[in-house]
Ligand binder design. Structure first.
Ligand code: PCA
Length: 330
């Protein structure tokens, strides 16, 4: 289906006497990514692909399929794991039910802002990579989203204001958070957010300024509570067997592009955070900092979720949290 296609460039020419001097192997991969072309993650992936194309003289081709068009986010992890596609991008916490290390970055108030998000990433990188390797997947790089905020049609000043609110969540752990806040969670893909609000399936949500702008949140909500709750990440994944089949020069080019795309993406996340909040404001949304009551309500839930997480993630989990906390103190 979407398997890697191996094409031998110049094969037709090889049958003539004027055989090409270099018979170069070409590799063409399909790569599903979950978000729109206007999303900085997708733009960064396209930049990464461009770098690889240039560095390999066009012998490595990766076709990006954006906005859940080839494979939907909930299926991308398995598609890369089985080799249905050689590469893909995921929101890591989408798969929180499969392994605690997939949901760590979405626990509210564990890490706030890009700097802490990076420390949590560094503390948990090895464990995340091992989790993926057990599924036959190699992680090439990870990039954070801007801080997570609450959106709604009505002001949210405390958990009491969320009681019974139909609330769009992004991952199992954000669903658990919504539940503990007294709301009624529904997992909705970013591409379907406007529709979910339009039909009153939800009246509030958690996401970043970036995704709020991409879904034109001002058309269906009025309040943006700048909670800065967590720093979820996307990961760029490749199937390990497909990776092993690549020529060393192509692997080197991909690793080099990844080493650039990662910091580039984190920098973009910071720029997009500021710009998108401005854009929401310009379009008439009310931008507020969380009230002390809401902050303490969500922090209490975050502390509980952290305890639950440590209980699930065992000794490795405990070590990762200790490692993160010592990085925070340093
Ligand atoms: N945007 C994605 C994931 C986190 C974010 O900021 C979403 O809402 O689906």
């Amino acid at each position: 289906m979407f398997d890697r296609r191996q094409i031998l460039a110049g094969l037709a020419g090889a049958t003539t006497l004027a055989a090409p001097t270099v018979l170069r192997a070409q590799t063409a991969w399909d790569m599903p990514v979950p978000y729109t072309d206007g999303t900085f993650h997708t733009q960064n992936v396209r930049w990464w692909v461009e770098e690889i194309t240039k560095a390999t003289g066009g012998s490595m081709k990766i076709q990006v399929h954006s906005n859940n068009s080839l494979i939907r986010l909930p299926e991308i992890l398995r598609a890369v794991s089985t080799g249905q596609v050689a590469a893909g991008e995921i929101l890591i916490s989408q798969f929180g039910n499969e392994d605690p290390f997939f949901e760590l970055d979405s626990i509210p108030f564990l890490a706030q802002g890009l700097d802490q998000g990076m420390l949590l990433y560094q503390a948990s990188k090895q464990a995340l990579e091992a989790t993926c390797q057990r599924r036959g997947i190699r992680v090439l790089y990870c990039v954070a989203w801007p801080s997570q905020a609450f959106y709604s049609k009505t002001p949210i000043n405390s958990a009491a204001d969320m009681r019974g609110m139909k609330f769009r969540t992004v991952s199992p752990i954000t669903s658990r958070m919504a539940e503990l806040l007294g709301a009624v969670p529904t997992l909705v893909q970013a591409s379907e957010v406007p529709q979910a609000f339009a039909t009153n399936i939800v009246t509030g949500m958690i996401t970043s300024g970036a995704t709020g702008v991409q879904s034109r949140a001002w058309e269906f909500s009025s309040q943006f509570v700048n909670l800065r709750a967590s720093m979820p990440k996307n990961a760029i994944l490749v199937n390990e067997r497909a990776w092993q089949r690549l020529p060393q020069a192509v692997k080197d080019a991909m690793l080099a592009a990844s080493a650039q795309a990662e910091p580039r993406g984190w920098k973009l996340a910071g720029e997009v955070e500021a710009a998108s909040i401005e854009e929401l404001r310009k379009n008439g949304m009310t931008i507020v900092d969380p009230s002390p009551q809401l902050l303490s309500d969500v922090k209490a839930v975050g502390a509980k979720l952290t305890e639950e997480w440590i209980a699930k993630a065992g000794d490795t989990g405990k070590t990762v949290i200790e490692n993160f906390r010592s990085r925070l103190r340093a």
